[in-house]
Design a protein around this ligand. Structure first.
Ligand code: IFM
Length: 479
């Protein structure tokens, strides 16, 4: 395979690298992120229990093309190949999630040793390859058995989650330096309970408010469990923070955007880090709050994980369960192929604002662009749009750091094309193309570009890119 070199030449890198070196310290973490349900596959292998996503995907019309994560990227069996690819691409850190139902098939009680062993192999393989593992406990795949007992609207789930966190902390805490409790809690609560786009598929405001509060209690209990059972690990949570904008400058749309901002950007970091809910949510969640809850939720964390893609838009919608509706970005703004607005100033400003508000070291744990990538006739994927997106968003990252934001790492979403929830396999976010029928992995132009950015920034004076060799200077893999 001849590696595309249009976007990766030494000259295009030189200016960027020179500008970047002075703002990024030598310890800056360059990584990629994935999640269990989106890549592992092996849904019924080695004792894994069913998750809410296994069930939800079976419902007619819920997922594009009737897809599911049953096979996904078959990472469960191909993890060693994926680690080798990361190594070739100079990736320094890999954020993955543990599938709760793989290690506790019924959510609590009996432990599935085969499931734990998979993560042993993954973690040990990463460490052997010089790649730092970052583990997230929850990326949306709740065990169905717990859903059957009420899931996130059952207050007892905080204890169930703490027991799961303790198990993971005991088993992996000696080898995994960074552990997150939740990824994007606002997405799975709002989409699952407010808009019926994710399991359990409800549009029920009261259930949503209960779920938000119980996720926050689970976070606090999880932090305590990790402190007790993984004392060497650095602990955080991962929030998606994206400006919520009114579709039009009317009072109704302004109010809608204000509400979306609270649900999306504030419902979790504010209570977890500052100990209170934002004003509108405080009134709605109040019936579910018991004495001592805010102290249970607000446990000290070591860092703030931030995911960011684009601004969001809201409009007033009288009679809608939450009183507002989502809106597409206006026509006259730049967008990715998926229709998500490209606005790098929003990214820079989010980082600066979060730094000042929460005073925690920040790691950007997701940023990337979705597209309907295709193999070209020569067997390459020349995803120049993604390269452009990553380049301008990384420039915004540098601008935020130069303005004083304490940002210590940046992870691309995602390592591999994968199961993109409701849109199935159509939207590809990977640096590496996955040919699903054969499971062949093909690094895209963006993967080579990212490998060179990392190499150049970490190894001054080493900007040469040999278009005939693989990202680490070794010959390309046979594909
Ligand atoms: O694929 C998702 C991921 O699971 C959570 N953050 C956003 C990504 C792209 O939509």
């Amino acid at each position: 395979m001849t590696k595309p070199s249009q976007s990766t030449g030494p000259n295009s890198l030189t200016a960027q690298v020179e500008a970047e070196r002075h703002v990024l310290g030598p310890d800056f973490v360059w990584g990629v992120s994935t999640s269990a349900y989106q890549i592992e596959g092996a849904a019924a292998v080695d004792g894994r229990g069913p998750s809410v996503w296994d069930h939800y995907c079976r419902g007619p019309g819920r997922i594009a093309d009737g897809d599911s994560g049953d096979v996904a990227c078959d990472h469960y069996h191909r993890y060693a190949e994926d680690i080798a690819l990361m190594r070739e691409l100079n990736i320094r850190a890999y954020r993955f999630s543990v599938a709760w139902p793989r290690v506790l098939p019924a959510g609590r009680g009996a432990v599935n040793e085969a499931g734990l062993s998979f993560y042993d192999r993954l973690i040990d393989g990463l460490l052997a390859a010089g790649i730092e593992p970052w583990l997230c406990l929850y990326h949306w795949d709740l065990p169905q058995a717990l859903q059957d007992q009420g899931g996130w609207i059952n207050r007892e789930i905080a204890g169930w989650f703490a027991d799961y966190a303790a198990l993971i902390g005991r088993r992996f805490g000696d080898r995994v330096p960074h552990i997150a409790t939740f990824n994007e809690p606002s997405v799975f609560t709002l989409f699952g309970y407010g808009f019926a786009w994710h399991p359990p598929g409800l549009t029920d405001a009261a259930a949503l408010h209960q779920a938000i509060h119980h996720v926050n209690l689970a976070h606090g209990a999880g932090v305590d469990a990790l402190r007790a059972h993984a004392p060497r690990a650095s602990i955080g949570a991962i929030h998606n923070v994206q400006p919520a904008r009114p579709l039009t400058p009317t009072a109704g749309d302004e109010a809608a955007a204000g509400l979306l901002d609270e649900y999306w950007n504030k419902a979790f970091p504010e209570p977890q880090i500052l100990g209170h809910y934002p004003p509108a949510l405080a009134r709605l969640i109040e019936p579910h709050v018991q004495a001592g809850d805010m102290e249970r939720i607000c446990r000290k964390v070591d860092w703030l994980g931030v995911n960011h893609y684009s601004p969001l838009y809201a409009r007033a919608a009288e009679g809608a369960p939450l009183g507002f509706a989502w809106a597409d970005a206006p026509d006259n703004v730049p967008k990715t192929q998926m229709g998500w607005q490209v606005d790098t100033n929003a990214f820079r400003d989010v980082l600066i604002v979060l730094d000042r508000r929460y005073r925690l070291p920040i790691y950007v744990l997701e940023n990337g662009a979705g597209a309907a990538d295709k193999l070209d006739p020569s067997g390459n994927v020349v995803d120049l749009e993604r390269v452009g997106y990553l380049a301008v968003y990384q420039a915004a990252l540098h601008a935020a750091i130069a303005a004083g934001a304490d940002v210590r790492g940046y992870f691309v979403w995602s390592l591999l094309d994968n199961f993109e929830w409701g849109s199935g396999y159509g939207n590809r976010f990977g640096l590496i193309y996955v040919d699903y029928p054969t499971q062949r992995r093909i690094p895209k132009a963006s993967a080579h570009w990212y490998a060179n950015v990392i190499r150049a920034i970490r190894a001054p004076g080493n900007l040469e890119v040999d278009p005939g060799s693989g990202p680490s200077g070794r010959p390309d893999r046979e594909t």
